[in-house]
Design a protein around this ligand. Structure first.
Ligand code: AMP
Length: 216
């Protein structure tokens, strides 16, 4: 069983490496950002509550987010383990997660932090675009769809830029997340769970490094 947290600022490559991990290890990918975007699209209660924070690049309150994660982790489809992508983002969330994994008997086995220079994050986020129907992520510079204008994953034709990837919001998002990131790393370092990986490498090299940790 591999139960993994991926830490890293927005644009560090968590989504891309998650896809590679899922292909090899069949873990269940749980992205709180994806879950919030889906909830907003469906205009659920959580979605409506989260929208005002997300549109500004602020964090959704810890309790709301933790509840969403607990409900997801309790689902029976998680057989080979899970990847948490985008959660926890604060030490309060990390503490809430400890309670959740204890209650569900799904303790963490590793924490990987993907580290990338700030300028790289800004460049990547401003070049990022998404498939409107399935949410797959692309990048104008590094990851265009294999066939122009057609989503590799679902065949969709419509793409968009995330509201919170627009330059006016990116700056606040990075600031908010950077402030929280160091204490979060310390939290898992102290538990002996943390491995830091250089996210400036090519996606293939990043995955090799991640794979070395997971196959231990
Ligand atoms: P992401 O796709 O991970 O960048 O998440 C998009 C937005 O969703 C973030 O900027 C936050 O507003 C919200 N969000 C996602 N995960 C969390 C979390 N763990 N805690 C609080 N807010 C979150």
């Amino acid at each position: 069983m591999i139960n993994l947290i991926l830490l890293g600022l927005p644009g560090a490559g968590k989504g891309t490496v998650s896809e590679q991990i899922v292909d090899k290890y069949h873990l269940t990918h749980i992205s709180t950002g994806d879950m919030f975007r889906e909830a907003m699209a469906n205009e659920t209660k959580v979605g409506l509550e989260a929208k005002s924070y997300i549109d500004k690049g602020d964090l959704v309150p810890d309790e709301v987010t933790a509840k969403l994660v607990e409900e997801r982790l309790a689902q029976p489809d998680i057989k080979e383990g899970y990847i948490l992508d985008g959660f926890p983002r604060t030490t309060v969330q990390a503490e809430l997660l400890e309670g959740i994994t204890k209650r569900l008997n799904k303790s963490l086995t590793s924490v990987i932090s993907l580290e990338v220079k700030e300028q790289t994050l800004i460049d990547r986020l401003s070049a990022r675009f998404m498939c409107k129907s399935c949410g797959a992520t692309y990048n104008k510079i590094t990851k265009m769809p294999k066939e122009k204008g057609i989503c590799d994953r679902c065949g969709g034709h419509d793409f968009y830029q995330r509201e919170d990837d627009k330059p006016e919001v990116v700056k606040n998002r990075l600031e908010v997340n950077e402030k929280m990131n160091a204490p979060l790393k310390d939290f898992y370092q102290n538990k002996g769970l943390l491995t830091v990986i250089d996210g400036e490498q090519t996606p293939e090299k990043v995955f090799e490094s991640v794979d070395a940790v997971l196959s231990k």
